[in-house]
Design a protein around this ligand. Structure first.
Ligand code: CA
Length: 236
C-alpha cells in the first residue's frame, strides 16, 4: 500500500517538526516547506495527497498559495493558522481550502482532519470518474482505493509518481493520453514543458510492469503523441 504524501507548509520550525513527527509515526510520508515559494514548487514536484498550510508565511500570503494550487489541483488543503477571525477562515474556504485547524491543536484533531479530508477527496474523485472497480487487464490489477498494483497476484512496487502516472492512464484506459495531459495531471501546469521526466518515469514503469519493456503489452507509446494503456477488460 502506498503511503499518502503530506506537504506541511509552515515557517515555525517547532510546529512543523511537531506535525512531521506525528504524521510520520502514523504512516504518512511527510515533506516540509518553510516559505510560500518552496510550497508552490514542492506542490508540483511532489504531487502531495494533502497540503497542510500555515496562512502566515514570510514571503507569500497563504491565500495566494490556495488560489495558485487550485488552478490545477483538487488536492485537499487544510489551513493551519494562529488567526482566529472567522473572516480569514471563510476567505480560505471560499478560495478552495477544505478545512481549517486553529493553533494550538492536538494530535487526535490533526489526524482526524486529515483522514476526513482524504476520505472526502477520494469520494469526490469517484464521483468525477475514479472507477469504483479495480482496473483489470492481462493479469494486471489496480485497486484504486488501496493503491495496490499487482500482476498475477504479485504486488508491483512503484514510486508515488509512477503510481500516479499508471493510475491516470488506467482511469483513461483505451484512450490515448497526450504527454501534456499526463504531465498536467501528475506534475501540474508548472511542470517543465520538456517531457523528459515523464519518459524517464515511463522507462522505469515498463521495467517493473512489462516482461519485455521493448514490446510492452500494458502501456503503449503513441509516437509523438503520448501513451495508451490497454483497455480494462471489464470495459471492453
Ligand atoms: Ca507562520
Amino acid at each position: 500500500m502506498h503511503k499518502f504524501t503530506v506537504l506541511v507548509v509552515e515557517d515555525e520550525k517547532n510546529i512543523s517538526d511537531f506535525i512531521s513527527k506525528i504524521l510520520s509515526a502514523h504512516n504518512y510520508r511527510v515533506s516540509c516547506a518553510s516559505t510560500g515559494a518552496e510550497a508552490l514548487s514542492l506542490s508540483t514536484s511532489l504531487c502531495p495527497d494533502i497540503i497542510l498550510l500555515d496562512m502566515g508565511l514570510p514571503d507569500l500570503d497563504g491565500m495566494e498559495i490556495i488560489q495558485r494550487v487550485r488552478t490545477w489541483s483538487g488536492c485537499p488543503i487544510i489551513v493551519i493558522s494562529a488567526r482566529t477571525q472567522e473572516d480569514d477562515k471563510v476567505r480560505a474556504l471560499d478560495a478552495g481550502a477544505d478545512d481549517y485547524l486553529t493553533k494550538p491543536f492536538g494530535t487526535s484533531e490533526l489526524l482526524a482532519r486529515i483522514r476526513t479530508s482524504l476520505r472526502h477527496s477520494s469520494k469526490i474523485s469517484s464521483n468525477n470518474g475514479l472507477p469504483q472497480q479495480p482496473y483489470r487487464a492481462k493479469g494486471l490489477e489496480i485497486d484504486f482505493f488501496k493503491r495496490i498494483i499487482s500482476i498475477e497476484g504479485k504486488a508491483i512496487h512503484l514510486t508515488p509518481i509512477e503510481y500516479k502516472i499508471v493510475a491516470f492512464l488506467a482511469q483513461n484506459s483505451g484512450k490515448v493520453m497526450t504527454y501534456s495531459a499526463v504531465m498536467n495531471n501528475v506534475w501540474g501546469p508548472y511542470a517543465e514543458s520538456d517531457n523528459k521526466i515523464l519518459r524517464v518515469n515511463m522507462a522505469n514503469i515498463r521495467r517493473k510492469l512489462e516482461k519485455n519493456p521493448a514490446q510492452p503489452v500494458y502501456i503503449f507509446t503513441e509516437v509523438g503523441v503520448g501513451y495508451r494503456m490497454v483497455d480494462d477488460e471489464d470495459n471492453s
